[in-house]
Write a protein that binds this ligand. Structure first.
Ligand code: NOJ
Length: 540
């Protein structure tokens, strides 16, 4: 790299890949993915070119919310393996020059966690104040109107001690009281436990939920609520989330990471963009990457997405590093939202925008949401609101490795059924198919990692209309790239008003276009996206 190109950190230059461990690779025939299974697939991840692997929770848990209800923050669930398996995995990840990121779930524990068991044992237990306990109203009803994200009230009555406790999610997931300094200390020690082992960072679950209004005021009603929405959305969570005090807490968490070298803190935060960017913290002392979920939420329309990217770029604080996410274990898969063809354009967008991309396992082979028959639904969100099609199971189905039985995921009975087309859509087949989604991902990652303009360069929007969006990525003294994406199914015609552009198509969602020289006007078919190496580039 040229001298005038600033040095960046691994998580700024890298590509993150999320694994949902239950569904990645089983190694012991119990139908549930595990750590030795992931170990077997590390060479695949290296081949694909990912920099860091984020694992959804692997800790001991009663699995009421599939691991997001933790009963021991420093252990490994026997379903997933042992501490020794974990240590081997971490070691092997590092040997391959990759990084490992763990999920940290500090907002709530399992109701089976010893802390909660103690807390609920009596009103004067020293850990009583570790959770959010409150007297009922005079009529016996809950202290306020807060709702649970997973349906029903946010408060659960405890008969034995005559108080309610608050749970933003399931009643099996009581919220910790982060105003209590002992809770902070205990969780910071958990972080140090994993950081001392050499873990490279955390994805912090529901960061914006961590502190609630100290007066527990009622949330206002949501005037835009529609019956198809989750019941939680009946209220605006003004007092139960995103409280001003959360930022000081995030800074404290960051200080724990900063005791170590180059560790990463990602925050899971679903908030409007102005509130989101506050989580970078004052002087960048908050989360390194407050997850940016806009691509999951915006209508798939070029003008809206182009405007959102511009807005995001505009509001990022000084030194705030952008990031983009197309899918995760809580959301429908990209292909099920925008379709098979557009998912290729989406991949190109994810991997050419400025900022760290996060890929959800299986999206790289175009896995689709799998319909899960009602009797097989596992996800509590789906079970609690059965008429609203809110189950997250469809996006959590086993990884499709090959055309072997159960797609090579397990020789046992998979915990969730697989897509019926796994014999056609799998890693093994796609690896050797130049036109496959997997080949597209691999090549996009490879180009991104090779070209500084794409890894860390600036973002310059150049064009957007009702179908197309286009931008240039450039870095001082480096090759420059023009990216043109057709977000519609119809042909689209790209031309810049004020300048002419010429170059060669380096990667196209349809590889037939590659190598084509383009200038002036670029004619794109429906669902096509291209990356053009511009002629005015200084060769790399
Ligand atoms: C966010 C996680 O991503 C989701 O899967 C989980 O159910 C909730 N937080 C509660 O921990």
């Amino acid at each position: 790299m040229e001298e005038n190109l600033k040095k960046h950190l691994w998580w700024q230059e890298g590509v993150i890949y999320q694994i949902y461990p239950r569904s990645y690779q089983d190694s012991n025939d119990d139908g549930i993915g595990d750590l030795p299974g992931i170990l077997r697939r590390l060479d695949y991840l290296k081949w694909l070119g990912v920099t860091a692997v984020w694992l959804s929770p692997i800790y001991p848990s009663p699995m009421a919310d599939y691991g997001y209800d933790i009963s021991d923050y420093q252990g490994i669930h026997p379903l997933f393996g042992t501490q020794a398996d974990f240590d081997t995995l971490l070691d092997e990840v590092h040997k391959r020059g990759m990084k490992l990121i763990l999920d940290l779930v500090p907002n709530h524990t399992s109701d089976q966690h010893p802390w909660f068991q103690e807390s609920r044992s009596s009103r004067d237990n020293p850990k009583r104040d570790w959770y959010i306990w409150c007297d009922p109203k005079p009529d016996g009803s809950p202290p306020n109107n807060w709702l649970s994200v997973f349906g029903g009230p946010g408060w659960e009555w405890d008969e034995a001690t005559g108080q309610y406790y608050y749970h933003a999610f399931l009643k099996e997931q009581p919220d910790l009281n982060w105003r209590n300094p002992d809770v902070r200390k205990a969780m910071f020690d958990v972080m140090r436990f994993w950081l001392n082992k050499g873990v490279d960072g955390f994805r912090v679950d529901v960061m914006w939920h961590m502190i609630k209004d100290d007066q527990l005021r009622d949330n206002p009603t949501n005037p835009d609520y529609q019956p198809h929405m989750a019941t939680y959305e009946q209220l605006l969570p003004v007092y139960s989330t995103d409280q001003p005090e959360v930022h000081a807490l995030v800074t404290e968490m960051r200080q724990v990471l900063d005791e170590y070298n180059e560790r990463l803190m990602i925050g899971e935060i679903y908030l409007p963009i102005h509130q989101l960017v506050a989580y970078y913290g004052i002087d960048g002392k908050g989360a390194h990457l407050p997850f940016n979920f806009q691509l999951l939420q915006l209508p798939w329309e070029a003008p809206k997405i182009a405007a959102a990217v511009a807005q995001y770029e505009g509001v990022l604080p000084d030194g705030g590093w952008p990031n983009w996410v197309l899918g995760n274990h809580d959301q429908p898969r990209i292909i099920s939202r925008v379709g098979r063809e557009q998912a290729r354009v989406a991949a190109m967008m994810l991997l050419t925008l400025r900022g760290t991309p996060t890929i959800y396992y299986g999206d790289e082979i175009g896995m689709r949401d799998v319909p899960i028959p009602f009797e097989e639904v596992q996800d509590p969100q789906g079970l609690n609101m059965p008429d609203k099609n809110l189950s997250r199971d469809p996006a959590r189905t086993p990884m499709q490795w090959s055309a072997e039985p159960n797609a090579g995921f397990t020789t046992g009975r998979p915990w969730l059924r697989l897509a019926q087309n796994f014999n056609r859509e799998n890693v093994e087949i796609q690896k050797i198919d130049r036109f496959s989604m997997l080949s597209l991902h691999k090549r996009l990652i490879e180009l991104r990692q090779r070209e500084p303009a794409l890894t860390v360069g600036d973002y310059k929007p150049v064009y957007a209309d009702t179908q197309l969006m286009a931008y240039i990525r450039e870095a001082p003294g480096q090759a420059r790239f023009l990216i043109v994406l057709n977000l519609s199914h119809r042909p689209g015609y790209f031309k810049l008003k004020d300048r002419s552009i010429s170059g060669t198509i380096e990667i196209a969602t349809y590889p037939e276009l590659e190598g084509m020289v383009v200038s002036e006007r670029i004619n794109l078919g429906g669902d096509e996206g291209i990356i053009v190496r511009l002629d005015d580039s200084i060769p790399s």
